[in-house]
Write a protein that binds this ligand. Structure first.
Ligand SMILES: Cc1cc2nc3c(=O)[nH]c(=O)nc-3n(C[C@H](O)[C@H](O)[C@H](O)COP(=O)(O)OP(=O)(O)OC[C@H]3O[C@@H](n4cnc5c(N)ncnc54)[C@H](O)[C@@H]3O)c2cc1C
Length: 105
C-alpha cells in the first residue's frame, strides 16, 4: 500500500509539472494569452501539492503531525497555495469560461 501511495504521488507530481511546462511553452511560443493553460496549471499543481503532502503525512504517521517537523511545516505552508493568486474555485470559473468560449468559436 505504501508503494501504491508513492506511485500515485509521483504520478500526480509529474502530471502537474507537465501542465506547468505546457503553460510555459504556450507563453514562450508567443501566444497572445495563456489564461486557460495558466489556470489549469495553477489549479492542478496546488490541488496536487495538497494531496501529495497529505499522503506524506499519512506515510510518516505520528511524525507527520509533530510541530516543527518538515512534513508538518509543509502541510501548513502548502494549504495557502489553493487560496492566493486566484483560489481554486476561481481557477475553475476561468477554465470553464475559457473552454466554453473555445467551443463557441
Ligand atoms: C498566505 C497568503 C498570502 C497572500 N499574499 C498576498 C499577496 O502577496 N498579495 C496580495 O495581493 N494578496 C495576497 N493574499 C490574498 C489572497 O490573494 C486572497 O486571500 C485571495 O485572493 C482570496 O481572497 P479572500 O481572502 O478575500 O477570499 P474571498 O474572495 O472572500 O474567497 C473566500 C472563498 O470564496 C471562494 N470564492 C470567491 N469567489 C468565488 C467565485 N466567483 N466562485 C466560487 N467561489 C468563490 C474562494 O475560492 C474562497 O474559498 C494572500 C493570502 C494568503 C492566504
Amino acid at each position: 500500500m505504501v508503494q501504491a501511495m508513492i506511485a500515485e504521488m509521483a504520478l500526480k507530481i509529474d502530471a502537474a509539472a507537465l501542465l506547468i511546462y505546457c503553460a510555459a511553452w504556450t507563453k514562450d511560443s508567443g501566444a497572445a494569452r495563456v489564461t486557460r493553460e495558466a489556470a489549469m496549471a495553477k489549479l492542478y499543481a496546488t490541488d496536487t501539492a495538497q494531496e501529495v503532502i497529505d499522503a506524506a503525512v499519512q506515510l510518516h504517521g505520528g511524525w507527520g503531525v509533530v510541530h516543527g517537523h518538515p512534513i508538518e511545516c509543509l502541510y501548513r505552508d502548502i494549504r495557502a497555495l489553493r487560496i492566493y493568486e486566484g483560489a481554486s474555485e476561481v481557477q475553475k470559473v476561468i477554465i470553464a469560461r475559457q473552454t466554453l468560449a473555445q467551443e463557441t468559436t
